[in-house]
Write a protein that binds this ligand. Structure first.
Ligand code: CO8
Length: 258
């Protein structure tokens, strides 16, 4: 029997979505992203729900896009299938507040998923990185646009160009997360916060969320469209396929273009 890539439950007026590919550290394949999008839209439309919490497992929130799925994709594959556009625009359409409850790895697309949420609660074990450059790829789900807005250009460039990982304390200091809590308190804190917010007027919450997003989005749409084409173009490069293949083979990549 195939596992469902996400699990959903409701706790009072809070809709909880749990990413559920633990053996792949919740790598974000199309099935998971389609299910996540559908669950977000269902909770957004559900009058009994005021706030949505997205979480992963104790080891990983999500380790990024599924490298095993992407390794043989060509430029035409990602261009024609509208890789990312199809799923990630859904997250932006959600009008209710979305809280990311992050423990363990939030890498690549996983970090970008957290950045797409309205509030990020990090467990002390949380680790954030945009390591796509190690695969000769680049962040393609808003990372190059949202990260500089969240933590400033200098720190964003440092993270993206070096692929280095931030622990929860550093992420908190940089303003990448809203607060840090002990791992065992992650869900209780996130649910308590979500329950408080869900007690407020929903139309006011939605207007407030939209208004805050206006303040930081600016020309985000143009930036994201540009970023996406650049990520698609990576699939025309031998280095990207070598980077992904080397990861799966558990060896050091041999890039042609250095
Ligand atoms: N894709 C596919 N499988 C993965 C991924 C991934 N991103 N990450 C981990 N796995 C798999 C591993 O291959 C391994 O599988 P197996 O047991 O079959 O060998 C299993 O999960 C456990 O992983 P590790 O053994 O590597 O666990 P470690 O604790 O040693 O290391 C790390 C954990 C550091 C997180 C490591 O797994 C890692 O570096 N993962 C890759 C992180 C990465 O490069 N992420 C970026 C991917 S590219 C990307 O996100 C582009 C964004 C585009 C937009 C997103 C659209 C959805």
């Amino acid at each position: 029997m195939t596992e469902h890539p996400i699990l959903t439950e409701t706790v009072g007026r809070v809709g909880v979505i749990t990413l559920n590919r633990p053996r792949q550290l919740n790598a974000l394949n199309d099935a998971l992203m389609d299910a996540l999008g559908a669950a977000l839209l269902a909770f957004d439309a559900d009058e009994a729900i005021g706030v949505i919490v997205v979480t992963g497992g104790p080891k990983a929130f999500a380790a990024g896009a599924d490298i095993a799925a992407m390794v043989d994709w060509t430029y035409m594959d990602v261009y024609r299938s509208e890789f990312i556009t199809r799923n990630w625009e859904t997250i932006r359409r959600v009008r209710k507040p979305v809280i990311a409850a992050v423990a363990g790895f939030a890498m690549g697309g996983g970090c970008e998923l957290a950045l797409s949420c309205d509030i990020v609660i990090a467990a002390e074990s949380a680790k954030f990185a945009l390591p796509e450059i190690k695969l000769a790829l680049l962040p393609g789900a808003g990372g190059t646009q949202r990260l500089p807005r969240a933590i400033g250009k200098a720190k964003a460039m440092d993270m993206c160009l070096s692929a280095r990982t931030l622990d929860a304390t550093e992420a908190d200091r940089y303003g990448l997360v809203s607060r840090v809590v002990p791992d065992e308190q992650l869900m209780a804190t996130s649910l308590a916060l979500a329950t408080t917010i869900a007690g407020y007027s929903l139309p006011a919450l939605m207007a407030l969320k939209e208004s805050v997003n206006r303040a930081w989005e600016g020309s985000l749409a143009e930036g994201i469209a540009y970023e996406r084409r650049e990520l698609h173009a990576r699939f025309a490069s031998a280095d990207a396929h070598e980077g992904m293949r080397a990861f799966l083979d558990k060896r050091k990549p041999e890039f042609k273009h250095r």
